[in-house]
Write a protein that binds this ligand. Sequence first.
Ligand code: CA
Length: 255
Amino acid sequence: MVFRKTGNAAGACFAGGKPDTEKRGKRVVAPMRVLIVEDSEELADLLAKGLRAAGYQIDLLTNLADATSALGTTRYAALILDLGLPDGDGLSILRELRHRKDPLPILVLTARGGVEDRVSGLRSGADDYLVKPFSFDELVARLEALLRRPGQLLGSSLRLANVTFDSEGRQAFVDMKPQNLSAREIAVLELLLRRKGNVVSKKLLEDQIFGLTGDVASNAVEVYVHRLRKQLLDIGAKVKISTVRGVGYVMMESD
Ligand code: CA
């Protein structure tokens, strides 16, 4: 296995914590080691260069075999994973890691825009998803959001108060009792639960849940959030979805 490039912070290693941030307004980072698995050389180089400039130590690999091998021997703070790789589908790595209950934060990159692919990616245990083309700023923001959640096992089971969601089985439970929610209510619930306590933008909900099909009514997100709210109330869930005006929604434990 040969890394095409190694991090420029030689000798530095993952310190197991969050980056040291914000010192007199300037970001000072103890390098966190991030693995990028991406076979598009142009994109990979761009990402690596940008993330190194942002203070990360980057390993860059271009295929599944090398990635699997690196993940077996190196502890990374996060994985940025392309799905279409020359020797197979990146989802297989994702499934394997989650099968082992590995909580490694994983950000999936894919050219596939279909709803099915997004859902299947999230179901396989991805923490977040970016559909190409995306902006570099967006990638950094998403990566930082993932890294702010230290020690949280981001596996197939999500929980808040008395609500549990099994992302493998696509089943929501309240007080351990299975609940009947529509596929889209489930999709909204899952994303809000994955980011519980954090604001999820309306745009993200729309993009990630409804896809880029272009036929989503402008108020679709509101409609599904409204329905989910009502459902949660009806089934005695001790969580609430608050609207952050002009921004999005946040799911929290209710009082
Ligand atoms: Ca690819």
